[in-house]
Design a protein around this ligand. Structure first.
Ligand code: MG
Length: 415
């Protein structure tokens, strides 16, 4: 039973409103490439990676000669074929491998009648808790437009009411640091029982990071995520503050993981099922962290339901998942799954119980959102449409204007 074919389809799925962050913005949609791996018995498994378009699809399809006839259960061999050191030197295939591995795990699970997490050793929890993931948003069709502490609190209250979140994560770094400090205090006052986290996407200097950490250290903080750039920067911040630190930017491979553990650079590592090269690699990193008594968390890179399912299986299997996971998922207006979006109940999403990833792709929706992608195109996530001449250059960082509520009408970018 080997792989017979691969398909790659780029889709765009609308967001409730564009999401602003320190390095740019998500322009009102997520663009993802859905990868389908088909075996020689006609069974399909699905994976997902960020971005899309003709070149992304071609990069996926170019791996078919490596995979034709390969048994989808032989995942370690596949890792060496696609992501071995020589291949990685000339072609960074990390995320391509992640999507194909996700699809193979889905396929293998369906063949064996077991869940993806069972291929990782089984589940120790049957639901995963998530944080609210609050963004300053551009206004779109009467939704979004939050820039002030009161508006962010209203947005958090709405999300808490709809989904039951008890942990709130602010995507900061877009405005001056004092604005983020004010928002954190406003959230703490509005939700005294809930936990908080702040993530400015590494746009602050070590000294700014220490100043912000000291300002918010009395709050009910889970952790301070990527305040500054670099393992050494994170180590210096960690030594000076009283809040645990977290990262999804400076520990994204095993070399960095070793350095971080050797030198105590970061407390909590957010594991991403695409950034790390796949569900198995993210799980492996989690078990290394467990050995050294570090906590893991689950990172979100702007997923649709296929990747969300992989995050749920990762969360189900990680013994040291001591924090709520992240997801952008509730910012989407729809999903490409049969039955629509997976529901949050009391801030948690149930780990799918069906074989493989346990979610079913709705082929009509896949076709509809592939058409939508052709209409609207991609966008460069590291550009901010309301600041066309702006680039994120650190340390010459310039903050956005909080008076700007909506983004101008823009044509789609690329990728
Ligand atoms: Mg982050």
């Amino acid at each position: 039973m080997g792989i017979a074919d691969i398909k790659a389809t780029t889709v765009a799925v609308p967001l409730e409103a564009p999401l602003r962050h320190g390095a740019g913005a998500h322009w009102g949609r997520f663009v993802r490439t859905v990868v389908e791996v088909i075996d020689d018995e006609g069974r399909s498994g699905f994976g997902e990676l960020g971005g899309g378009g003709e070149s992304a699809e071609a990069a996926v399809l170019a791996l078919l000669p490596y995979l034709k006839g390969h048994d989808p259960l032989q995942l370690e061999q596949m890792r060496w074929k696609i992501m071995g050191p020589t291949a990685s030197l000339y072609n960074n295939r990390m995320q391509l491998h992640a999507a194909i591995e996700m699809a193979c795990i889905d396929l293998a699970g369906k063949r064996l009648g077991i869940r993806a997490c069972d291929l990782l050793g089984g589940s120790i929890r049957d639901e995963v808790e998530f944080a609210s993931y609050l963004f300053y948003r551009y206004e779109q069709d009467g939704r979004g437009g939050e820039t002030s502490p009161a508006e962010i609190v209203d947005h958090a209250r709405d999300l808490k009411q709809k989904h039951g979140f008890r942990v709130h994560k602010l995507k900061g770094g877009h405005f001056e640091p004092d604005r983020d400090i004010e928002v954190m205090f406003a959230l703490a006052e509005a939700f005294p029982e809930d936990r908080l986290r702040l993530d400015p996407n590494a746009v602050w200097s070590v000294e700014q990071s220490i100043r912000v950490a000291k300002a918010i250290e009395s709050l009910n903080n889970d952790y301070f995520e990527d305040p500054t750039w670099g393992l050494e920067g994170m180590r210096r911040v960690r030594e000076a503050i009283n809040i645990p630190t977290a990262t999804n930017t400076v520990v994204v491979n095993f070399e960095q993981l070793a350095q971080s553990i050797l030198h105590n650079c970061v407390d909590v590592v957010l594991l991403d099922t695409t950034f790390w090269g796949g569900l198995r690699q993210a799980h492996k990193a989690g078990t290394v962290l467990e050995t050294f008594q570090y906590s893991a968390a689950v990172h979100s890179s702007g997923e649709l339901g296929i990747q969300l399912a992989s995050m749920l299986h990762l969360g189900a299997a990680l013994p040291n998942l001591n924090f709520a996971a992240d997801a952008h998922y509730h910012h989407l207006t729809d999903d490409i799954l049969v039955g629509g979006k997976l529901p949050y109940v009391d801030g948690k999403i149930a780990v799918p119980t069906g074989p493989g990833l346990g979610v079913e792709v709705d082929r009509d929706k896949l076709a509809r959102y592939a058409e939508y992608f052709k209409e609207v195109g991609g966008y460069p996530y590291d550009r901010d449409p309301a600041r066309p001449d702006w680039y994120s250059i650190i340390p010459e960082f310039r903050y956005a204007d909080p008076k700007v509520k909506a983004m101008p009408h823009t044509e789609g970018g690329q990728g």
